[in-house]
Design a protein around this ligand. Structure first.
Ligand SMILES: [Zn+2]
Length: 187
């Protein structure tokens, strides 16, 4: 202790009304966070798990609300949020994963999207005169009927693109990428 140091007695918090009020408020706040006043006894692993569950639940609610407006195509394909990327274990090139993400989000290099950025004069297919989106290119577009017939796996799966992409069928995804390459369409 240095010379000149003053020793001051500080009263404890027991029976101090305002302290007890603050303590009660703090406990209530903790309970709101799924933690209780006895959380000191919760192992850190369990605490992480509780927090993760809570965050995932909130993320899911946000995702559902946002998807009511934008991104409903992606929501149809993937209705649940996930902390794991669906392609994490896939041994595919970055380029192909990028293409698949574009297809799954409906934001490929197609007139529907290109028009929004003023890279195409309209959102319509030059041949068919209807909206050129992922579904149109993979299933409907007349100019690729012949080429499509060479891809039976694509034809048998083509009820709708959301059905195609709901499954994480790597073989089907490979067929889709090969078909796009075959018809010379970048995505
Ligand atoms: Zn077309």
């Amino acid at each position: 202790m240095r010379p000149g140091t003053t020793i001051q007695w500080i009263p404890g918090h027991i029976d101090l009304v305002n302290h007890d009020k603050a303590d009660t408020q703090a406990k209530m706040a903790c309970e709101k966070c799924l933690l209780t006043a006895t959380s000191k006894s919760i192992p850190i692993g369990d605490l992480e798990s509780i927090c993760k569950t809570k965050l995932m639940r909130e993320w899911q609610v946000d995702y559902e609300n946002i998807s009511l407006g934008k991104g409903n195509f992606h929501f149809e394909i993937m209705p649940q949020v996930s902390s794991q990327q669906w392609f994490k274990t896939w041994k595919s090139s970055r380029r192909n994963i990028t293409k698949l993400i574009r297809l799954r989000t409906g934001h490929g290099l197609l007139n529907k999207t290109l028009f929004l950025y003023k890279f195409a004069p309209s959102q319509l297919c030059d041949v068919c005169g209807v909206l050129e989106d992922v579904e149109h290119i993979l299933i409907e577009c007349e100019q690729y009927n012949e080429e499509r017939s060479a891809f039976p796996r694509l034809l048998e799966s083509s009820t709708s693109v959301s059905t195609m992409f709901k499954t994480l069928d790597r073989d089907l995804y490979r067929v889709i990428l090969t078909f796009l390459e075959y018809i010379g369409r970048d995505i």
